[in-house]
Design a protein around this ligand. Structure first.
Ligand code: UN1
Length: 494
């Protein structure tokens, strides 16, 4: 796309009304990726107005036709997968293999939700009265506002827009200021696939209050937000003040439990992938290893061995395992929490510091970090870190492991490694999180099952799967009385 990158409103790429732009840079090299529209409330109002105008015709388009458009989006994403993945890695930093995964998740979601064009089933139910029928159908909400994070800059906009669109809503997308370019590439793909003007609108900006203008806008029916707990809380308050629906997807403090009977080699693979993949910057990342005392020393030494071989660097280089953190604020936060861990008495076994020498100097790199002898109440064991930092907590039984797992304020993803089916069944019931893995790490959700968490991770909504349709629609119950007489529910009981 040509620089600068404009907003996409009513089917046109237009600059911010103020004419201002802001920069997005590669977190590995510091190179400029793009200049993007630095929008304000006026631009947001324009986008919402365009989405409102487009709603009438879009939701009347038969859902299978909307589905066909999503299939075309899937095909274009597939066709451009490599180019998009490289652009995504250049802006966000995750290694290219994972950049491809991010695009693939969008492709999967486009096909899955495209199929919903011919499903989105409702309910047909009997009536308690004779000659009367009842059924329930889904209807769109109207204009929906999507506020998306930087860690899955293509996948998460797709998780939110595709179910919204297939249900007949129109969209205003406000991406993170760290990844506006990837969001623009996403929207460009939709444009090229033939999405009608106004159905999807993009407003980028660097001001922290830009999202709030979307949340407070009276013509926006729902806000779907993924990001930090702190911002999510503000979104919820603003949404409540304006009586609107809000779906929040916030933090995690996910754990992998390894019992003494587990396949330890397999567990090590899952731990490394879950803790250090995406440089630990997934809501689902594993930041706690809860391990049985009988195998702890062995696990820690296997992990240290493997961690020493992890290569940190520019994600575009195929020999690299771990990319940079997204920005300096995140780097400082990770570093600060590591220092807190040391002060609290955890044993730092490796890493624990930014990487600043030589080719690292231009980026936000942090050494893969392992803490041993962590106790459940330490801050490194309770707060989301969003970096390559793993804390090891020792336990002596499955019940104790489950208790430690469940002791945090979040409840997104939990994992258990064991060979014992009874233990697995027990844990599947007792682990308090929206996602549970058995003999796999904490990351790797698939698009056709619900994604989301309990406790302070979310507010009861789910993304992906059939559950996403509930977020982006209202139910309408319809009763048809063909008896030709007054029939009174709950009264005419004989
Ligand atoms: C996120 O971390 O915000 O299960 C999303 C996973 C991915 C999605 C993660 N499919 O890790």
């Amino acid at each position: 796309m040509e620089n600068p990158i404009h907003n996409f409103i009513a089917g046109k790429w237009i600059p911010a009304r103020s004419g201002k732009t802001f920069e997005t840079r590669n977190p590995a090299t510091g190179h400029l990726v793009a200049q993007c529209a630095d929008s304000n409330e006026e631009d947001m109002n324009d986008a919402v107005a365009a989405a409102r105008d487009a709603f009438e015709s879009w939701h009347r388009l038969p859902a299978p036709r909307r589905g066909e458009l999503l299939f075309r989006v899937a095909e274009r994403l597939f066709h451009d997968k490599e180019t998009l993945a490289k652009a995504l890695t250049s802006e966000m930093g995750k290694v290219l293999m994972e950049g491809r995964g991010d695009i693939q998740e969008a492709i999967d979601m486009a096909y899955y939700m495209g199929g919903e064009g011919r499903r989105q089933f409702g309910h047909v139910a009997p009536s308690e009265l004779p000659n009367k029928s009842g059924y329930a159908i889904r209807e769109p909400l109207g204009v929906v506002g999507l506020i998306t994070p930087w860690n899955f800059p293509m996948a998460i906009p797709s998780w939110k827009s595709f179910p919204a669109l297939i249900m007949g809503n129109t969209v205003v997308l406000k991406p993170s200021p760290d990844t506006p370019y990837t969001a623009a590439l996403f929207v460009k793909t939709l444009e090229e696939a033939g999405i009608p003007p106004g159905v999807v609108n993009l407003v980028t900006g660097s001001a922290p209050e830009l999202g709030a203008t979307l949340v407070k806008h009276p013509d926006v029916a729902l806000i779907s937000f993924t990001g930090s707990k702190a911002t999510g809380g503000k979104v919820a308050v603003d949404a409540a003040t304006h009586y609107k629906r809000v779906a929040l997807e916030m933090g995690g403090k996910n754990a992998i439990i390894v019992m003494e009977d587990a396949d330890l080699e397999l567990a090590v693979e899952g731990i490394l992938w879950s803790a250090f993949g995406t440089t630990g910057q997934r809501c689902t990342a594993c930041s706690r290893l809860i391990v049985h005392a009988a195998v702890k020393e062995h696990m820690v030494s296997m992990l240290l061995d493997r961690m020493a071989k992890l290569r940190v660097g520019d994600g575009l280089d195929s020999s690299i395992d771990i990319g940079p953190l997204i920005n300096n604020t995140q780097l400082e936060r990770v570093h600060e929490l590591v220092q807190v861990g040391v002060q609290e008495g955890a044993q730092l076994r490796t890493g624990g510091h930014p990487l600043t020498e030589g080719h690292y100097a231009a980026g936000y790199f942090f050494a893969p970090t392992l803490f041993d002898n962590v106790t459940p109440t330490m801050r490194i064991a309770t707060e989301e870190i969003f970096g390559p930092v793993l804390s090891v907590l020792e336990i002596n039984s499955l019940d104790e492991a489950i208790k430690v797992n469940n002791s945090v304020e979040y409840g997104l993803s939990s994992s258990l490694y064991t060979q014992d089916i009874n233990r697995a069944q027990h844990a599947m019931r007792e682990l308090r999180s929206g996602i549970v893995y058995i003999n796999a790490g904490t990351i790797g959700s698939e698009v056709h099952l619900p994604f989301g968490g309990i406790k302070n991770t979310g507010n009861g909504h789910r993304e992906a799967g059939q559950a996403a349709l509930d977020t982006f629609s209202e139910w309408k119950s319809i009763y048809v009385d063909y008896s030709g007489q007054l029939q009174r529910a709950q009264i005419d009981t004989n």
